[in-house]
Design a protein around this ligand. Structure first.
Ligand code: HEC
Ligand code: HEC
Length: 337
């Protein structure tokens, strides 16, 4: 505790804030970033290990796509933070999609879904990519026929859903339940929050203060998952017109060009960034917030260019990197034939 206060007082003087008022604030700040220890599953889809196993098989199963060639991981690949390392992914029609594939980390705490929030639940969301002609181009009637040919799938579904068996609803429920178990591992930052002072560098500790202070990042990237789950136009250059949230909230001027705040977990594996994948690196992202924010009628009132020195910029990036967990192995399911 004494060491911690010493650190904060040190940080206070480094950032030019009065040291004493900072100590208490920093303790309160740290408490806002504690990870939850349990996943909340909805009453309509309670956790069961068998349901997660089935959902994982379906997530990796190309038979959910029209031509048996794409699965969810084609665009949400565990190696790239459940994204793909391209501006926007390519689906069934072999043309780049309009938007980048967002990460699937910590989805149990994210709603509504999609960059523009057009789906309320993971169940509802999962139907989108399966049947969209540009994504997987599948049809539930065909998918159900294909899965019914496999005795193992049949057994699984009938065990879990004795009344209904293989249906659209049960397929979506299984996938959504698996997704709720995809969680970013403990990052050095989490260990620091839990009290291990050696877990992150001093630069990252200073970056945490900047993130919450001079950088004004925490206004939107709030809490342990670093998102308010709301929509903002952060003043990015418009490369291709995309109404964003305004497609569903046409009477709100701030909904235009607004996209959902993404989590900042495991950023080191997830470039390129933003809904259109247009920023290549964390340096580019921070440069945007320093000098790139375009002021237009829809720009969020919570955002303006921020003033950061070269040292503050590098501290902020050190902090962002401390949010990446060590790589975890993800086992691939062997799919039933
Ligand atoms: C061809 C690429 C592609 C495939 C295949 C794909 N997705 Fe996506 N996914 C995307 C893109 C692009 C978006 C963002 C679209 C948008 O916001 O308009 C997205 C969004 C999502 C989201 C919303 C995340 C958030 O933060 O709101 C979830 C959840 C998701 N996909 C799950 C899945 C599941 C489950 C599957 C398999 C059934 C799947 N995806 C297959 C490209 C893909
Ligand atoms: C007004 C709310 C707001 C503020 C303030 C804000 N962000 Fe963001 N951030 C967003 C939104 C919304 C997006 C997605 C925007 C888009 O794609 O159009 C985003 C995207 C990002 C991304 C890309 C993540 C990804 O998955 O592509 C990073 C990294 C990031 N912000 C870091 C920061 C940092 C660092 C700060 C402070 C200097 C900051 N943000 C301030 C709302 C905000």
């Amino acid at each position: 505790m004494r060491n911690f206060l010493k650190l904060i007082i040190g940080l206070g003087s480094l950032t030019g804030f009065p040291a004493l008022c900072f100590a208490g604030d920093a303790l309160t700040l740290k408490s806002q970033y504690k990870r939850p220890l349990e996943i909340k599953f909805p009453k309509t889809a309670p956790y069961s290990p068998q349901l997660v196993t089935l959902g994982k098989m379906l997530f990796f199963d190309p038979r959910l796509s029209g031509k048996n060639n794409l699965n969810c991981a084609s665009c949400h690949n565990p190696s790239f933070g459940y994204e793909v390392p391209v501006k926007t992914p390519i689906g069934a029609t072999l043309t780049p999609l309009k938007r980048q594939a967002p990460t699937l980390l910590n989805m149990a705490w994210v709603a509504p879904l999609f960059w523009d929030g057009r789906a309320e639940t993971l169940e509802e969301q999962a139907a989108g990519p399966i049947t969209h002609p540009d994504e997987m181009g599948g049809e539930f009637e065909t998918i159900i026929k294909r899965l019914s040919k496999s005795p193992e799938y049949k057994k699984f579904f009938h065990y879990l859903f004795p009344q209904t068996g293989i249906t659209r609803e049960n397929i979506l429920k299984a996938i959504a339940t698996y997704e709720r178990t995809i969680i970013a591992g403990w990052a050095p930052f989490d260990k620091w929050i839990e009290g291990d002072e050696t877990a992150i560098s001093n630069a990252a500790k200073r970056g945490f203060i900047i993130f919450n202070g001079a950088g004004k990042c925490a206004t939107c990237h709030s809490g342990w998952n670093f998102t308010d789950n709301k929509f903002h136009d952060i003043g990015l250059e418009i490369i291709e017109k995309d109404l964003g949230r305004a497609e569903h909230e046409s009477n709100n001027v701030f909904a235009e060009n607004a996209f959902k705040t993404p989590t900042l977990r495991n950023l080191s594996h997830r470039s390129p960034f933003m809904h259109n994948g247009h920023l290549k690196s964390l340096e580019d992202v921070v440069d945007h917030y320093i000098s790139g924010v375009i002021d237009r009628p829809s720009t969020s009132p919570s955002i303006t260019n921020v003033t950061l020195s070269i040292e503050q910029k590098s501290d902020l990036i050190a902090f962002l990197k401390s949010l990446t967990a060590e790589r975890q192995d993800v086992s691939m399911p062997i799919l039933p034939n």
